[in-house]
Design a protein around this ligand. Structure first.
Ligand SMILES: C[C@@](CO)(OP(=O)(O)O)[C@H](O)COP(=O)(O)OP(=O)(O)OC[C@H]1O[C@@H](n2ccc(N)nc2=O)[C@H](O)[C@@H]1O
Ligand SMILES: Nc1ncnc2c1ncn2[C@@H]1O[C@H](COP(=O)(O)OP(=O)(O)O)[C@@H](O)[C@H]1O
Length: 284
């Protein structure tokens, strides 16, 4: 049977500004998203049973709550190959960490099954379906470093230098909903005016999350000893940026053992798109 293995990359919000809160409760934001060359691994295999099976690292997530299942189910009406799918998931990304693990799994599933089920949908159509699964899904579908506006779905490709990042997960789960519904969250950052510098930016969620989760404050304070550092998304993961891999690895070796961490390089085009292109060329 046809098998396709893809990475579901981590994402970082190199900055995250919250401009206002919409009537529907979602927030208008501006953020510079970049994908990393590290993430979860998903293997897709078509099966005769007309079923969506997920095996591997699924601990703690109910089958029908898994964003992989939701993504596959959303594509069922579009498939021209009437077969089921078995998905093997190997998690490497911390859940609810602000690195988009669930959203990335969903996007990778949409990209893989659009191909295996021969749905023939464009990236725009996949991103529209993805937005229903989460505000972060469209950026993974397009798979490019991008300036995000709207709730995260209005994406403008942005040329940003590839760097090395040390990403640290302090082992606390931050609820995105809790952060976005907190009255103390700053919600009135003005839209960026070009030209702008990274020094003009920040993560508007950082102060609130540091106050609510002292372990995040400790992580940021530790990272800032070595390199410019920020929290990604609504946290809890934080990242430090380096110009070379060796320095980033040396800092990782000094990381307190109670935290999890990895070093990865940013990729202006997501690893998923490159893997899919290679697989399609081999299939020809
Ligand atoms: C905050 C960001 C920044 O990249 O990332 P994470 O920190 O989750 O990684 C994203 O916008 C999160 O996207 P995603 O993780 O898909 O969140 P969703 O499931 O869409 O929304 C979860 C909840 O967050 C709030 N939410 C999310 C996005 C947004 N622009 N405004 C919001 O108010 C809403 O309360 C929503 O119900
Ligand atoms: N395959 C999955 N991997 C990770 N999280 C998942 C998955 N399916 C559903 N979820 C849920 O989505 C939430 C995290 O969504 P995600 O987009 O990864 O946000 P974050 O960017 O905060 O990590 C988790 O709290 C988890 O409950």
């Amino acid at each position: 049977m046809t098998k396709l293995t893809l990475t579901a990359p981590a994402k970082l919000n190199l900055f995250l500004h919250i401009n206002n809160r919409r009537a529907d409760g979602y927030h208008e934001l501006e953020s510079l998203f970049t994908m990393l060359d590290f993430g979860d691994e998903l293997s897709f295999e078509l099966i005769e049973e007309d079923d969506i099976q997920i095996v591997g690292d699924v601990a703690g997530i109910n089958h029908e709550d898994n964003l992989i299942y939701k993504a596959a189910k959303a594509l069922l009406p579009h498939r021209t190959v009437k077969k089921g799918v078995n998905v093997h998931l190997t998690k490497h990304l911390p859940m609810g960490g602000g690195v988009g693990g669930g959203s990335s799994d969903a996007a990778t599933t949409l990209l893989a099954l659009n191909t295996l089920w021969e749905c023939g949908l464009t990236l725009q159509a996949l991103a529209k379906i993805g937005l229903q699964l989460g505000a972060d899904v469209p950026v993974f579908i397009h798979g490019k470093t991008a300036l995000a506006q709207g709730v995260g779905e209005v994406l403008t490709p942005f040329d940003y230098p590839e760097k090395w990042y040390l990403v640290v997960a302090p082992g606390v789960h931050v609820s995105t909903v809790k952060v976005f519904t907190d009255p103390d969250l700053p919600r009135s950052t003005a839209k960026l005016k070009t030209p702008w510098q990274m020094a003009d930016t920040r993560n508007d969620c950082e102060e609130l999350v540091k106050k609510l989760y002292p372990e995040v404050e400790k992580t940021l304070t530790w990272l800032l000893k070595y390199a410019p550092s920020r929290m990604t998304g609504t946290g809890s993961c934080c990242f430090a940026v380096f110009d070379d891999e060796q320095t980033a690895l040396r800092v990782l070796q000094q990381m307190p053992s109670s935290w999890q961490g990895f070093v990865a390089k940013s990729a202006s085009e997501s690893i998923t798109h490159k893997q899919l292109a290679t697989w399609l060329n081999k299939e020809k």
